[in-house]
Design a protein around this ligand. Sequence first.
Ligand code: TRP
Ligand code: ZN
Length: 480
Amino acid sequence: MEHPALPGRTGLTRLAAPAVAALLSLAVLATGCTGATVQGRPGASGLRDPYFPRAGNGGYQVEHYDLDLAYDPADGLLHATAVITARAEQGLSSFNLDLSGLKVESVDVQGTGARYNRTGNELTVRPAKDLKKGEVFRTEIDYGGRPKPVVDPDGSKEGWIAGGDGAVAVGEPVGSMGWFPGNHHPSDKATYDITVTVPHGYEAVSNGELRSRKEVADGQTEFAWHSPEPMASYLATVAIGRFKVTTGRTPSGVPVYDAVAPGEAAGSEAALGRLPQIVDWGTEKFGPYPFGSVGSIVMPAQTLTYALETQTKPVYSGAPDEELVLHELAHQWFGDSVSPKSWKDMWLNEGFATYAEWLWSEEHGGVSAQRRFDAFLAGDTSVDPHADGDWAAFPPASPPGPEHISDDPVYYRGAMVLHRIRQEVGDPAFFGLLRGWAADHRHGNASTADFTAYAQRRTGHDLKKVWDVWLYGEDRPTAP
Ligand code: TRP
Ligand code: ZN
């Protein structure tokens, strides 16, 4: 899915007049100069993620994305402006953004036209003036076109998915480059403002809180959404449709915003009715709910082949059941607030969200986690109708390739790792660990090594055998 990018110095396609002048004067200054000019170098075109090496970019960290999108479901055309505020981590002569498809109309850096070129999914930007290490700089990109879905290594689709009478954007692991330019790796979290303009009669929904909704010129409605907490770009979403919107609060006071495709409203009622209680249960188990609001986006059935834990408002394809709502809400703590450092750390998302299902079940009259663990170990996965693969096929902390990061071992063997810890340390220490982990890395990133070190420190137990056998071991684990 990703193409090798050429170094940013070749094939720069556009050169705005002010940029020419600035570059010329820079060249003049640099001639025979003794260090008065800041000399930057190109930022890396990827972060060397073990599974998606070209995802993300080096040399800067994004602080804030301000996305302004106009979309018309009738023709499927997107017109957009992205304003990216970032901090340079080195002197930069050029830097990269990830963008797949679409047409870039212009790029400005610090208010001045910048040269840019595109190779594969890399947009290389060469500012008129080098950026200094530590400098906070603003990049504005005008772009648009008809977004195309990004196809995952496992064949599933993400990115901007148009269909029915609307569209939805989902980005795990690398689909966000299909609808906005950015530093698309979970290790670079940022705050967001996402403003969406759609024809009158449509609702536009995104992460965070709705700041304003207004009728604007030409029969359009503008929705301004604000996410004040850091977000990994794969968790950003926009959904457009003729949704039925319901708002409320959880018993503890967290604002709720549910947007449901009309055809899915009846089918969603039961599970979404439990959402407020699930959020407050999560708060009790895992610590304070990490965001300013919660909710859900229910798209028409068959829009996607999966659900996604998009921040504050998970996306469902068709009416979800209670267990799926629980799973996606558990991700708000594990995945969204505590995000993986790399795509190798997926089990920290999926193992935890799956174990949350097991906990919810045992506390609400269902099968106990111990019984599930025992049944899985005995080769009987019928307690979980969604477990259709071999939970033991590979160690959860080391999937064999990018096409396997959402396979069963990441979910179920990941959950079993947590159950093994619980068996070793007992309930009080185990639940302290879950809360402590969520608190310690709140709104941050963490790796598997961070977790194993933290678990040992926090519980005071030597858990090496659990890691060796359950997390990293190639062999099928047997009864402890
Ligand atoms: N994270 C999603 C969930 O658990 C599943 C998923 C969707 C996924 N797309 C993915 C997992 C891509 C890994 C990679 O509900
Ligand atoms: Zn999940």
